[in-house]
Write a protein that binds this ligand. Sequence first.
Ligand SMILES: *Cc1c(COP(=O)(O)O)cnc(C)c1O
Length: 401
Amino acid sequence: MTLLDINLASTSTIEDPRLSEPFLLTPGPLTTSYEVKEAMLRDWGSWDKDFREMTQEMRVQLLAMIGSKADDFDCVPMQGSGTFSVEAMLGSFIPRNGKVLILANGAYGQRSVQTMAYLGRDHVVLDKGDYLPPRGEEVVKILKEDPAITHVVAIHCETSSGILNPIDEISQATYGAGRKLLIDSMSAFGAVPLEADKIQYEAVVSSANKCIEGVPGFGFIIARKCELQAAKGNSHSLSLDVHAQWEHMNKTGQWRFTPPTHVVVAFLEALRSHQLEGGVEGRGARYARNRDVMVSGMRDLGFETLLANRWLSPIIVTFFCPADPMFEFGKFYELMKDKGFIIYPGKLTVAESFRVGCIGQMDEHIMRRVVTAAEQTLADMGVKNANPPADALLERAKLDA
Ligand SMILES: *Cc1c(COP(=O)(O)O)cnc(C)c1O
C-alpha cells in the first residue's frame, strides 16, 4: 500500500501521513503516534534533574487515573515488560506465609499461577478454562471454605480471549470475605475505569505499551501506601522489589537501576495525548467505537465472535476461524499484512480462532478499512462464507447458560 492509497481511502484524523508502516491490530506493542516515536530522538541522563522530574510527572499522572482516592496510593514504575511488573507485585505484596487464590480464564491467569509456583508461595486456582468468567459467587464459596487464603489475584481484561472479567463483582466477593485483591489490569488500565473509590483493591499493574499507547520497556504498579510500607522484606528478588524501588524513588527521584530513558520520555508524550483525548473515558470511548465498528463489519461478512456482546472488551476481540475448507489462518494473516494490517493469532484450545485488537493509534475509519481488507482477503482465498463451525457456536452457548 502506498501513502497515496492511504490518504485516498481514509478520512481518519488519527492517521499520520508520515508513517507508512502496517497497523498493529495487536494488544501491545501497538501502533503509536509519530510524536511518541519522535520523543525518543534525544538522550537523557538518568540522574539528571530533568529526567527525575519526568519520572515524577509520570507517576502523578498515572495515579490521577484511579480517581479521588489516589492520595491513599502511590505509583511505582518498574523496568521490564509487563510480566516483570506482575511478578514484582505478586512477590512484593503477598507475604511469604500468605496464600493466594488466582482466578484464571486464559494465558495471563495461567502466567500468574506459574509465577506463584516459581515464587514457591502457597496458591490455589479457580480455572475457568479458555474464556468463561470467574464469578463473584464462586469466589465467595472458595474463600469461605479456605480461611488460609489471604489474597485474590484477578485479571481485568484477559487478553488471550478478550473477555472483560467482572472485576467489581470479584472485588466485592474478596473484601466481603475480608481478603485483599491484586489486579492485573495490563491491557485495560487507561481505557477501562478502575477508580479506587468504586472498586476496592490493594494494587493494580499495567505497562507502557498498552492503553496509554507508549512503547515497550517498563510497567508500573499502583498500590496502597500502607501495602507499600508493609511490603518491606517480602520480595524474592532484588530487582523486582516494589518496596525498595518505591523507597529509593521517593528518596532520590531516581530509579534504582538504569531506567529505559527513551521509553519514559515517549510515555510522557503518550500521556499528553491520553489527557487531550479525555483521559480514561475518552480513550475508552474510542476503543469501544473501534470494537463496535469492527465487530459489526466482521459479522456482516459472516464471522462470529467467541464471546457474546456483554463480555466483549474494547481491547481485543476473538473471532472463530471460518469453517470453509478454503480458509487457512496463515494465509489470511499474510494477505491481511499485505493490505497493511497485522492481526493476531488465537489462543484457544476449544476452537480455531484469531484476534483483532482495538487499541493503539487507530479510529473507526481505520477499523472500516480492516473490515474491507478482510472481505477482500476472503475473496482472494476463495472463501465463500466466513461462518464458524456449528460446534464452535455450541461451545459459546455455554457462556450464557
Ligand atoms: C500484555 C499482558 C501482560 C504482560 O505481558 P508482557 O508480554 O510481559 O508485556 C500481562 N497480563 C495481561 C493481561 C496482558 O495483556
